[in-house]
Design a protein around this ligand. Structure first.
Ligand SMILES: [Zn+2]
Length: 230
């Protein structure tokens, strides 16, 4: 079942250690087949060097396991909420990548200090609040998803394909698992550079809005002209 998607998401998961975004078994990538309403996700706690495409777990959007010998990633209920609320995404990544997580643990959104950031993320990458005691004790992973989808009721999840959860770490998404991983790698670089900028210049200001707009809109939306597209 979903052999192609399993292979794609297996490869996307293997990109996490390749790009230095995960330690041990931390982190997970999922990808969805919208027609079937099923997604595949990394199994929980299986080391990356033992992972195989057929180990990917197939889930439905009610959070039921449809196929797989392993339990799915413990973060699966978060992925479910994001897929339900963001109809145009095809893949989700969660990591505890060091620089992005450092911003999350500091409880700070990442300001847009330059064009690398603006090319991918429109405005500051938001850091959401920590969950409260009740939200943590009952249905923690689902509540993490609801906190994120709540924020994006008022904000554009396509213009900001990343979020930081306070005291926890980043989630990113994209049109498929590969793009979600790409965004996770860019987020980590942007987080690292922003931290350095503040160390080099304690008074550093966000990039001018017109520069942010230029870089974001030349790659995204109606008038995009960056690259070899149509
Ligand atoms: Zn986590």
């Amino acid at each position: 079942m979903l052999a192609e998607l399993k292979k794609e998401i297996y490869l996307a998961n293997m990109d996490l250690p390749k790009y230095g975004l995960v330690t041990f078994t931390w982190g997970n990538v999922s990808g969805i087949d919208r027609e079937k309403g099923l997604f595949v996700i990394k199994p929980s706690g299986v080391p990356y060097d033992e992972l195989k495409p057929e180990d990917m777990v197939v889930m439905d959007l009610e959070g039921n396991k449809v196929e797989g010998k392993y339990n799915p990633s413990s973060d699966t209920p978060t992925h479910v909420e994001l897929y339900k609320a963001f109809p145009e995404i095809g893949g989700i990544v969660h990591t505890h990548s060091s620089w992005a997580t450092s911003w999350a643990q500091s409880g700070r959104s990442i300001p847009c200090y330059g064009t690398t950031h603006a090319d991918y993320f429109y405005g500051e990458v938001p850091c959401l609040r920590c969950l409260n005691k009740d939200e943590i004790e009952d249905a923690y992973e689902k509540n993490t998803g609801l906190l994120i989808t709540d924020y994006f009721k008022e904000n554009d999840y396509k213009a900001m394909p990343a979020v930081l959860c306070k005291n926890h770490g980043p989630f990113t998404w994209g049109k498929d698992g590969h793009e979600a991983v790409h965004n996770a790698v860019v987020l980590e670089e942007v987080a690292k550079m922003a931290a350095r900028c503040e160390r080099i210049n304690g008074q550093v200001e966000p990039a001018p809005q017109e520069l942010q707009d230029k870089h974001y809109y030349r790659k995204h939306g109606e008038g995009a002209y960056y690259g070899q597209g149509k």
